[in-house]
Design a protein around this ligand. Structure first.
Ligand code: HEM
Length: 509
């Protein structure tokens, strides 16, 4: 099938190239502030007809786009298929787009995959921020699900997951077993989120060779993989009906499976709440809260859509951040020792790290910030869509354009960071800069009204998992590999993965 697509693409390109005439960059008359003016798109490379600049992106779009921005500047336009895409690569312009113009650049282009089972019509990720439903969902997240008070109340639900993690690592120490940190980070993140949402672990901590029997993990991973695959039909409308990569078909099947699991969990809870044998207050988790919530605000049949968004958006992002942080620490034993000593001194040798401890661990906080600066999970955020024509720096950001912020490039910009390629947590020790959306040099969670709603939970999970993995444990690389020799290459699949999954052996101290 892929050969047919490539053949069709080549044919279309050849036909169109016959008619292709180099034209000056598009400008148009636009009505801004009540007056009509002719205004140009930001500079950018010329593209081929039909496919535009798609071939310029290569395997690592965050890096290719960063290179192009060095030529065309921090406000650049690309054409991806038929979609005009504006790329921002400086903190000042990121602030302008995400803060000053966030009343205009607030939508999302809804890819085909988001539309299956009518998900885009009720999903926080895909609705525009002007939609009442989006506002309700964000309010639920901010005030009720991820507020400090709520997270403190649900903390006990996550403690059990961390105990299991430590028991598992202890077991690996005892038998000298290699830990697949990538897989463990994924399952622990998934379980931390589902415990918070509905008090259930959905995945064994390490399904090992029986990974295919780990049904939920398999579905979640498949969905993330489907959502992350670039779908040619999103960029070239002629392919829309054909579904040439089978993405829509697979998404429909897997979303159906995910909904069946979530429906089952919700109906079991409803049954338990009805039965007198169970005191429903025992769960007191987010599902209970949502079921108590007025049905007119969030109809019961939409809870599964919200849960799916939170599970898909939160699991991989947290897991990847934990994996990169562990990779950086294992690769730099002195930094690892410093972080571990901090835990030993401030928490104590025989105590488990609690969520309330995180704020009094400055070095651990600096380690996580430095790791996420170098390896932001969403190097280009989730693209926003301009809902009206907007003028930025005298250029046009046209209505319907996708707007990407290259946070990866900003995080490695030598005019902002000294030694940008080096892992130096010490740069954050003064505590002046944070990733909560106010410092535009470091916005791995985005900023403005679309900032990641799961940030407060992610903040607790990332620090807790890393802390529990290093508190009283040292780590040794597999085989003869020495620290400093770890492959730190990245792989872009919408999120920025570690190309080679991290595997290492914990050693009890
Ligand atoms: C290290 C962990 C995480 C990182 C780096 C991260 C990063 C991001 C980023 C960059 C965005 C897009 C912001 C934008 O559009 O400008 C986002 C959106 C989102 N995140 Fe996270 N995230 C993380 C964890 C979580 C968690 C734990 C959850 C929930 C449990 C979550 C739920 C969401 C949702 C629902 C959205 C879409 C919000 C909207 O469009 O209104 N994320 N996240």
């Amino acid at each position: 099938m892929e050969i047919v697509i490539i053949f069709l693409l080549i044919l279309i390109i050849m036909l169109c190239t016959c008619f292709y005439v180099l034209s000056p960059r598009r400008s148009r008359k636009t009505n801004m502030n009540g007056c009509y003016r002719s205004i140009k798109l930001p500079p950018g490379p010329y593209g081929y007809p039909i496919i535009g600049n798609i071939l310029d992106l290569g395997q690592k779009p965050h890096r290719s786009i960063a290179e192009l921005s060095k030529i065309y500047g921090p406000l650049m336009s690309l054409k991806l298929g038929n979609i005009t895409t504006i790329v921002i690569s400086s903190p000042q312009l990121a602030k302008e787009a995400l803060q000053k113009h966030d009343r205009f650049i607030y939508g999302r282009a809804t890819p085909i995959v988001s539309q299956v089972h009518g998900h885009d019509k009720v999903s926080m990720i895909w609705l525009p921020t002007t939609d009442t439903q989006w506002c309700v969902l964000r309010r639920i997240c901010k005030n009720h699900m991820f507020s400090r008070q709520r997270l403190d109340e649900t903390q006990r639900l996550r403690q059990g997951n961390l105990r299991k993690l430590r028991d598992y690592m202890q077991e690996c120490c005892d038998f000298g077993r290699v830990v697949n940190v990538s897989r463990i980070a994924f399952s622990i993140s998934l379980n931390l989120i589902t415990s918070t949402l509905f008090s259930r672990d959905l995945s064994p901590i390490d399904s090992g060779p029986n990974a295919s029997q780990d049904v939920v993990m398999e579905i979640v991973k498949a969905l993330i993989e489907i959502v992350s695959t670039a779908n040619v039909a999103d960029y070239i409308p002629v392919f829309k009906l054909m579904d040439p990569q089978g993405i829509k078909r697979r998404a429909t099947a897997y979303v159906g499976k995910m909904f069946a699991i979530l429906d089952d969990i919700i109906s079991q809870r409803l049954q338990a709440r009805r039965s007198t044998s169970m005191d429903s207050a025992l769960a007191n988790d987010l599902l209970d809260f949502l079921l108590d919530f007025s049905d007119s605000e969030l109809p019961q049949n939409q809870i599964k859509h919200l849960f799916m968004d939170l599970i898909l958006a939160g699991t991989e992002a947290t897991a990847i951040t934990v994996e990169w942080t562990m990779a950086e620490l294992i690769n730099k034993p002195k930094k690892m020792a410093k972080a571990r000593n901090e835990l030993k001194t401030l928490i104590g040798h025989d105590k488990q790290v609690q969520e309330s401890d995180i704020s009094r661990l400055p070095y651990l906080n600096a380690v996580v910030k430095e790791s996420i600066r170098l390896h932001p999970v969403g190097p280009l955020l989730i693209p926003h869509k301009a809902e009206v024509d907007v003028e930025m720096c005298g250029y046009l950001v046209p209505k319907h354009a996708n707007v990407m912020v290259n946070v990866w490039a900003i995080g490695r910009d030598p005019s902002i960071w000294r030694d940008p390629e080096r892992f130096k947590p010490e740069r954050f020790l003064d505590g002046k800069m944070d990733f909560k959306g106010r410092d535009f040099e470091l916005i791995p969670f985005g900023s403005g009204r679309r900032i990641c709603p799961g940030l407060p939970l992610a903040n607790r999970m990332m620090h807790l998992v890393v802390a529990n993995m290093i508190h009283n444990f040292n780590w040794k690389l597999e085989g003869e590999m020495k620290p400093g020799e770890l492959d730190m290459n990245d792989k872009f699949a919408f999120s920025l993965h570690k190309a080679v999954p991290l595997k290492a052996i914990p050693i009890k101290l």
